[in-house]
Design a protein around this ligand. Structure first.
Ligand SMILES: NC(=O)c1ccc[n+]([C@@H]2O[C@H](COP(=O)([O-])OP(=O)(O)OC[C@H]3O[C@@H](n4cnc5c(N)ncnc54)[C@H](O)[C@@H]3O)[C@@H](O)[C@H]2O)c1
Length: 251
């Protein structure tokens, strides 16, 4: 079928318990897809899946673990059939910290969650997508996957890697009818940028957002709509692309 409708498709959304991932899962379900929400956060993930209803399944899943990826695709395929859409969205960020103060353990942890996750997910997706007759992968990078962010060496490295591996995957998987694109959100109002740790930092973020060409924080739906488009057959000629949704920040 063409258009943004996803009827008959089976989608996996990582980080589906919160923010952009939860929004994408809701939009996908509304567009007719069966949706598997994967997250380490069982409580919130199961709640979002319950709200969506019969077309949704929650699977507890750590994106860092290859064994969890195998189990995730097995469960998704068992419940709904071969998977044709994967949204690699789960991720973490930390408060800005200068390069010299970043511990090796923290750097490695960021790379595992934000970067190695995407590699493992794309690799695990291939057999199921072949059985589905093709597919679409959307990797959620960041503005920080295209330009340097002060005080964010590990995050920026992880997101540049996602931008690059998206392009290699697009080349490697085109023969299987699998399209791979990355999206690059600017500042989006989710628990990632509105942490519990205090209003002061968030006030500074709001001030920054007010100075953008589109003078506001993004909302999860602003990004989820782009993800939906890229995952749908409307985007059938798009692969290897890096798509910004940043309110004009990088202009
Ligand atoms: N919010 C922003 O301003 C912004 C900007 C650019 C890019 N992004 C990217 O968007 C994506 C979604 O972020 P968000 O803003 O919705 O954040 P969020 O914190 O609301 O959601 C992230 C989700 O990822 C899950 N997660 C974390 N580690 C995991 C792991 N090891 N295994 C499985 N799940 C794990 C969390 O439990 C959470 O549900 C991230 O990749 C983030 O880097 C966000």
């Amino acid at each position: 079928m063409s258009g943004n409708g996803l009827a008959g498709k089976v989608a996996i959304v990582t980080g589906g318990a919160s923010g952009i991932g939860a929004s994408a899962a809701r939009l996908f379900a509304a567009a007719g897809a069966a949706v598997v929400l994967a997250d380490i956060n069982r409580t919130d993930g199961a709640q979002v899946a319950d709200e969506i209803g019969a077309g949704a399944l929650f699977v507890q899943h750590d994106v860092r673990l290859a064994s969890d990826w195998d189990a995730l695709f097995e469960k998704a395929e068992h419940k709904f059939g071969p998977v044709s859409i994967l949204i690699n969205n789960a991720g973490i960020a930390v408060a800005p910290v200068s390069l010299e103060d970043v511990s090796e353990a923290d750097y490695r942890h960021m790379i595992e969650v934000n970067q190695i996750s995407c590699f493992l997910g794309m690799r695990a997706a291939v057999p199921s997508m072949r059985r589905a007759g093709g597919g679409a992968i959307v990797n959620v990078s960041s503005v920080a996957g295209l330009k340097a962010e002060r005080g964010a060496i590990a995050y920026t490295a992880s997101k540049f890697a996602v931008t690059g591996m998206t392009k290699v995957a697009a080349l490697d998987l085109a023969k299987d009818g699998i399209r791979v694109n990355s999206v690059h959100p600017g500042l989006v109002e989710t628990p990632m940028v509105r942490p519990a740790e205090g209003a002061e930092a968030f006030d500074a973020i709001m001030q920054f957002a007010a100075g953008l060409p589109i003078p506001r924080l993004g909302q999860p739906e602003d990004i989820a709509n782009l993800i939906l488009f890229l995952a749908s057959d409307s985007a059938s000629f798009l692969t290897g692309g890096a798509y910004l949704a940043d309110g004009g920040w990088t202009l």
